[in-house]
Write a protein that binds this ligand. Structure first.
Ligand code: HAM
Length: 447
């Protein structure tokens, strides 16, 4: 039997891995310019962190969390004693990064007490037990940014501007995406709006799915992101949040839009954008591809979460952030014609003609590599003809041939594969002959 990767998971092969690394480098550069530093939180956390942080009624928490059991916890569950699990035995693979970040910020006292905001970004795998589709995986990779301690609407706009810059820098065609924004109100205005939506759901209960009806009493706004098409159609007629925003929320939203206008960022207001996580207040946003990814069309999204720190046991602290999905960005780029199977080719191939020249070839290979040049060689005593063929396949720029006659004169032959020319080089000049290798970044700029 041949094993396959678990359902909903994908291997990141070298070409994609290279791109994933490049995404992290671009994040370091662009987010760094805005004051964000990289952090890493553990891949699993206490389950309660996600339940409290993301919200019990969300799909993510109610249906999609992967539970992790240590052997002792497993024994308790297997013997019907699950209720005896301690909090630190109830563990879940992180479905997103925001709740973990807030936990870490509190644990390490990073939260500003009237000081400068804490700004951080992270990159790594997330886990959601969803049904696999193109662009929807059970293990996927996110790059996310979070900012705690900034209440000004400029911070919301800054995050959105940064997100758009980032996507364009990665190669996403601005014409292929649209930015949706909305305000979801706050504690002052949302409760009243929620009641209106609840009443609307009750009025249309026979047209809506069982789940939307069930959630009407817990969190009616979740009906806006139900995946059922009939529900989506019915919810188009539901009351509009924009008509219920309090003055403070209205002003905040207007300011965010003003800053986006100043930055020349195009956006579409969508009063039905609620996003799938419960922690949002006021601004929410999402970047969707216009066509190609089907239902999984969101490349990234986020918003403000001014209540989350408090919900998770801290002092009232404004927060905001976003995350992008690496696999979806890669799919969108491939749809645009990018080739993400490319890897960095060796710069040169070291060929040899006999056991004597092989020893020298290996020595030269090590010396050039130590000096930063990407060198590949033969490990199977192939004929020179086969080695040259292999070098051609690898796409190297040069082949160095260590031949017996040349070696006798302390020389090697260097073949320029592009120009199809050859010249003889004295071995002690070989290092100087080659330019230092293209840097990793240069390769990426050219790719
Ligand atoms: P999210 O919208 O749930 O937000 O996820 C962000 C992005 O992750 C999505 O736009 C999508 O590109 C990608 N993504 C989500 N689920 C999957 C999946 N099953 N397969 C592939 N890609 C997926 C959050 O996670 C929030 N924590 C964002 C945030 C940060 N809000 C404030 N701060």
């Amino acid at each position: 039997m041949q094993y396959r990767a678990a359902r909903g998971t994908e291997d990141l092969l070298p070409g994609r891995m290279l791109y994933w690394n490049a995404m992290q480098m671009a994040a370091t550069e662009i987010f760094g310019r805005h004051g964000y530093s990289m952090i890493e939180t553990p891949i699993f956390e206490q389950t309660d962190i996600f339940i409290h942080g993301i919200g019990q009624s969300t799909d993510v928490v109610s249906k999609e969390m992967f539970t992790v059991l240590s052997p002792d916890a497993y024994t308790k569950v297997a013997t019907g004693n699950a209720e005896r699990l301690k909090n630190d035995q109830r563990l879940t693979l992180r479905p997103e990064g925001t709740a973990s970040f807030v936990r870490a910020a509190q644990q390490h006292n990073l939260l500003p007490q009237g000081g400068a905001p804490v700004k951080a970004f992270y990159a790594g795998p997330m886990f959601r037990a969803e049904r696999q589709q193109r662009g929807r995986l059970r293990q996927f990779h996110q790059i996310g940014v979070e900012c705690l301690g900034a209440a000004d609407p400029f911070a919301d706009a800054e995050a959105i501007i940064m997100l758009m810059q980032y996507l364009f820098e990665l190669g996403i065609d601005p014409q292929s995406v649209k930015l949706l924004i909305n305000s979801m109100g706050d504690d002052a205005c949302r409760p009243h709006y929620r009641e209106q939506v609840r009443a609307y759901i009750h009025e249309h209960s026979d047209e809506l799915c069982e789940e939307c009806n069930r959630r009407a009493d817990i969190n009616p706004l979740r009906a806006f992101d139900c995946k059922n098409e009939t529900c989506q159609h019915v919810m188009k007629g539901a009351p509009n949040i924009t008509d219920y925003l309090c003055d403070d929320c209205k002003t905040h939203y207007e300011q965010v839009k003003k800053y986006l206008d100043i930055a020349g960022i195009e956006y579409h207001e969508d009063s039905r954008l609620v996003r799938g996580l419960d922690y949002y207040t006021r601004t929410v946003f999402e970047v969707q591809v216009i066509s190609g990814l089907g239902a999984q069309n969101a490349l990234g999204g986020g918003g403000r979460y001014d209540k989350l720190v408090e919900i998770m046991g801290g002092k009232p602290t404004p927060g905001l952030g976003f995350a992008v999905g690496a696999e979806r960005i890669m799919l969108a780029l491939e749809d645009q014609g990018f080739d993400l199977t490319q890897t960095i080719p060796p710069e040169l191939f070291m060929a040899f003609t006999s056991p004597q020249t092989k020893a020298v070839a290996y020595e030269l290979t090590l010396m050039l590599r130590l000096n930063g040049i990407r060198v590949e060689t033969d490990y199977q005593d192939r004929s020179l003809k086969s080695q040259l063929k292999l070098a051609g396949k690898l796409g190297v720029e040069y082949v160095v041939i260590v031949g017996d006659d040349e070696l006798a004169a302390d020389q090697v032959t260097v073949r320029d594969m592009k120009e199809s020319t050859e010249e003889t080089v004295v071995i002690s000049d070989l290092l100087d002959y080659f330019m230092p290798l293209d840097t990793y970044e240069e390769f990426f700029d050219e790719a």
